[in-house]
Write a protein that binds this ligand. Structure first.
Ligand code: A3P
Length: 288
């Protein structure tokens, strides 16, 4: 299949047709945000499904029912995807959503509301590696080609949702004030209970230490990997083939070191560094 058959272009961004449509993108622009809505924002492969596991539990006091009975895509739907229209009326309050949209594509009602945002950022080298394997297992996406070819596409933004640097920068320059919290995938890997405490404080959930530990246990990589509501095993193999690469693949920090040659590292670093040079916000990892 050609890339035109697989993807659509929306404001210059490539989106997979399997999960997105002109109707779904119209639906989101007309979606009415409520003040109590919570939206986790990620560039793809930065920890989206992890937040789909965490958010319902942080918002409901640790009741495991949603993560044990509802697939992640219906439990915390993607704002821009087709499923939102199907499940929107069944979402409990406060509603939790995820999105890969850059800031400027958020619908008008989002800006008028007091909905809170959690922006999850991940080291772009690990994002690229994770995405490379994801493209191998996802039958509804383009073949990634060689690792080197995929790196070139990633750096030029010829990948889903465009350039990593544009996405990160767009969500740093907002007028959201204390409506947005920034967290990194790496912090979550390093100390999940600490990350959960910060999320609980930000969302006003007031969770006890006992509940924090319970949520951390149920949102661990090991537990999520065997949760059929979260590991995409319910999806037909033709769309997602975990024999090629499981969706919950490694769940570690620094897997890029097993993939980048020194030449690729130099190329990758120089592009990202240049595009981030005018940014004042600190990155929680070294670009080298
Ligand atoms: P890897 O491919 O590096 O293993 P997204 O949900 O945004 O598509 O991101 C997918 C990445 O998040 C995958 O990375 C996946 O393994 C990782 N991930 C998902 N749940 C995780 C968890 N509980 N702990 C650590 N990593 C997790």
């Amino acid at each position: 299949m050609s890339s035109d058959e697989i993807c659509m272009l929306y404001h210059g961004l490539l989106l997979p047709k399997e999960t997105h449509s002109t109707e779904s993108l119209k639906f989101v622009q007309e979606y009415t945000f409520k003040d109590e809505d919570v939206v986790a924002v990620t560039y793809p492969k930065s920890g989206t499904i992890w937040m789909q596991e965490i958010l319902p539990l942080v918002l409901n006091g640790g009741d495991l029912t949603p993560i044990q009975t509802i697939p992640n895509w219906d439990r915390v739907p993607w704002l821009e995807e087709k499923r939102l229209a199907v499940v929107v009326d069944q979402l409990p309050s406060p509603r939790a959503l995820v999105t890969h949209f850059p800031y400027h594509l958020m619908p008008p009602s989002f800006h008028a509301s007091k909905a809170k945002v959690i922006y999850v950022m991940r080291n772009p080298k690990d994002v690229m590696v994770s995405s490379y394997y994801f493209h191998q297992m996802a039958g509804f996406l383009m073949d990634p080609g060689t690792f080197d070819e995929f790196m070139a596409k990633f750096l030029e933004g010829r990948v889903l949702f465009g350039k990593w640097t544009d996405h990160v920068k767009s969500w740093r320059h907002t007028e959201l004030g204390d409506r947005i919290m920034y967290i990194t995938y790496e912090e979550m890997v390093q100390d999940l209970p600490a990350a959960l405490r910060s999320l609980s404080d930000f969302l006003g959930s007031n969770l006890s230490e006992e509940v924090i530990q319970k949520i951390a246990e149920h949102c661990s990589f090991k537990t999520m990997k065997v949760n059929s509501m979260s590991n995409f095993s319910l999806v037909p193999k033709v769309l997602m083939d975990s024999d090629k690469s499981p969706f919950l693949r490694k769940g570690v920090v620094g897997d890029w070191k097993n993939h980048f040659s020194s030449e690729q590292l130099a190329r990758f670093t120089s592009v990202i560094r240049k595009e981030m040079e005018d940014e004042s916000f600190p990155l929680p990892w070294s670009l080298d």
